[in-house]
Design a protein around this ligand. Structure first.
Ligand SMILES: [Zn+2]
Length: 253
């Protein structure tokens, strides 16, 4: 089983972009990744007995607004901690499927559009590894508990029954599960992914995005399937998704 942990960025008013990110992990690797974050916590907060919930935006907040126990660190230490978490993502066998949507470029709800993109691409990924490697794996989606829960539950049921916009889904084991991010380290990693992608498209802060770029899902031919950029003016965008679209026509226009 492959599990896609989903987290979003850009729901606040005033954000031009909305990002939904899927952090995809083979079931046997989940424990290893959770431990890697536990070890980072032990390094920065030896003796701290509760779970320190890693949340990228909170770690980057102005010093006075940083939540405990992270407010015990200097800004430099917090930035180092953020970098350590991205290193865990980079060193992992995980893959990323993410959608960056300029809100003004679409009609309707960006969360719904993003969710449909992720479901279809996750399904495509599972079908591809079966064709390429003979691995017959199912997929499960775990979503950070959010105000969109009701909305998403309805949409997930509809997708399960009728398929998504481009066809049926074949490889998902069940409807999505919802979990509070504080309860799983894997959703915290998904949060760092969505934050890096949001930073790239909303504000042009590309350093974390560039670091995790090799983890975007791609096939054996090097074609990226794990990054979708929806915007009004993509002709002048030089992100990996738009650069590739200019060279090779998309599967799902
Ligand atoms: Zn782009």
């Amino acid at each position: 089983m492959h599990i896609a942990y989903l987290d979003e960025s850009g729901t606040q008013k005033g954000a031009r972009y909305f990002v939904l990110a899927g952090f995809i992990v083979f079931e046997r690797n989940t424990l290893y990744l959770a431990r890697a974050l536990d070890q980072i916590q032990a390094r920065y907060f030896p003796g701290y007995s509760e779970t320190a919930v890693f949340h990228a935006a909170a770690l980057r907040a102005p010093s006075k607004r940083v939540p405990p126990p992270f407010n015990l660190l200097t800004q430099e230490e917090r930035f180092q901690l953020i970098s350590d978490v991205y290193q865990v993502i980079l060193d992992s066998h995980a893959r990323i499927i993410t959608v960056a949507i300029e809100k003004a470029a679409i009609d309707g709800d960006p969360y719904e559009r993003g969710f449909e993109e992720i479901v279809s691409r996750f399904d495509y990924f599972l079908g591809r590894i079966r064709r390429e490697r003979g691995e017959d794996q199912r997929g499960l989606i775990v979503v950070a508990d959010s105000t969109y829960r009701k909305n998403l539950e309805l949409q997930a049921r509809r997708i399960a029954k009728e398929g998504h916009r481009w066809g049926e889904i074949h490889n998902l084991a069940d409807i999505p599960y919802f979990a509070p991010a504080k309860n799983t380290r894997l959703l915290q990693l998904a949060d760092f992914v969505s934050n890096a992608v949001f930073g790239r498209y909303e504000s042009g802060h590309a350093n974390h995005f560039d670091r995790i770029t090799p983890k975007f899902d791609q096939d054996d031919g090097g074609r990226i399937h794990g990054l979708v950029h929806i915007a009004r003016d993509r002709d002048n965008c030089y992100c990996p998704a738009c650069g590739q679209r200019r060279l090779i026509p998309p599967l799902n226009p």
